[in-house]
Design a protein around this ligand. Structure first.
Ligand SMILES: Nc1ncnc2c1ncn2[C@@H]1O[C@H](COP(=O)(O)OP(=O)(O)OP(=O)(O)O)[C@@H](O)[C@H]1O
Ligand SMILES: [Mg+2]
Length: 281
């Protein structure tokens, strides 16, 4: 492992990125509610000399670290965009302008055009909503379990689709669009829903809100592509499918990056390297 790491101390997860001896990125994830684990990991790797850091829990982590290592802080949005640009290049995408939607604990939406970027908006609906609602409604709180089980669920007995309302008629908009998330509950009056169905419906609620908002910003900015990132998408094919289908239906191009959860940590590391190089000039 090289001597520089990048850390993104987020609302829920603290992500660490570093380069191995083959110059490949390696990643680690810690729960932000237990930052002592991050401190212990850093202490267990004494070759770490330089730390680039970003994220809303930066101060909380630094207070714990109390280290004399060389540390550079970079604001979250700058780190994220830097990381996204790096990953886009690595994965062979050539994109000049795009909406970037970061589905973290909450969701933050940005617009990037060449070297400029601006935060255009966001919503409190995000990964925290997904796990929070899942826990209250089904009792499950493990993210991996939630996403795995959601994949097997059906939404048709819980969500009200446009075609359900316009039964026997030609609907004015696509019939399979959701007219109301959870809207069928008080129409069918079932009261016992399988857990997979509940989880699939929660995922769709979160995914559709995020996509609706992203599409509106993409239209305002005249951007064809929307890049979706954030750990909420990690190993979450079901949510990605909801997002992709809706984005495509609305005539935009969704892009998912492989290491979607680590753009902030990668950006913090790249920023640290840049700062060091500037300092050495
Ligand atoms: N191992 C995990 N444990 C808990 N949540 C996970 C895990 N893996 C993915 N998630 C999902 O990812 C979400 C957090 O995403 P991310 O790490 O991008 O946000 P964050 O950086 O912590 O938050 P923010 O950017 O809003 O401050 C969680 O809310 C959850 O839905
Ligand atoms: Mg984050």
């Amino acid at each position: 492992m090289r001597n520089t790491i990048g850390i993104d101390a987020g609302g829920t997860l603290t992500k660490v990125a570093y380069l191995d001896d083959e110059n490949e990125f390696q990643f680690k994830v810690f729960p932000s509610k237990d930052l002592t684990l991050v401190k212990e990991w850093i202490e267990a790797n004494p070759n770490i000399e330089e730390i680039g850091i970003t994220g809303g829990r930066t101060e909380q982590l630094l207070a714990k670290l109390k280290t004399k290592k060389s540390i550079d802080y970079v604001v979250e949005f700058d780190a994220t965009i830097k990381g996204v640009k790096y990953l886009l290049k690595k994965e062979g995408h050539e994109i000049q302008k795009s909406i970037i939607t970061n589905v973290g604990t909450g969701t933050s939406i940005h617009y990037m055009e060449n070297d400029k970027h601006v935060r255009v908006g966001g919503t409190g609906i995000g990964g925290g909503t997904l796990t929070g609602l899942s826990t209250i409604i089904t009792g499950l709180s493990d993210f991996n379990e939630i996403t795995k089980i959601a994949k097997q669920g059906k939404r048709e007995f819980i969500d009200l689709f446009v075609k359900d309302i316009f039964e026997g008629m030609n609907p004015p908009i696509e019939g399979h669009l959701t007219a109301s998330n959870f809207g069928k509950v008080n129409i069918l009056n079932h009261n016992d829903y399988p857990v997979p169905d509940l989880l699939a419906t929660i995922q769709a609620l979160v995914g559709e809100v995020i996509t609706t908002l992203s599409i509106q910003y993409a239209d305002t900015k005249n951007s064809e592509t929307i890049i979706y990132i954030g750990s909420t998408l990690t190993n979450n094919d079901h949510l990605k499918e909801v997002i992709a289908n809706y984005t495509i239906l609305k005539k935009h191009k969704p892009i998912f990056l492989k290491d979607c959860g680590f753009s902030g940590a990668i950006g913090a590391l790249l920023n640290k390297v840049e700062q060091r190089n500037i300092a050495q000039l």
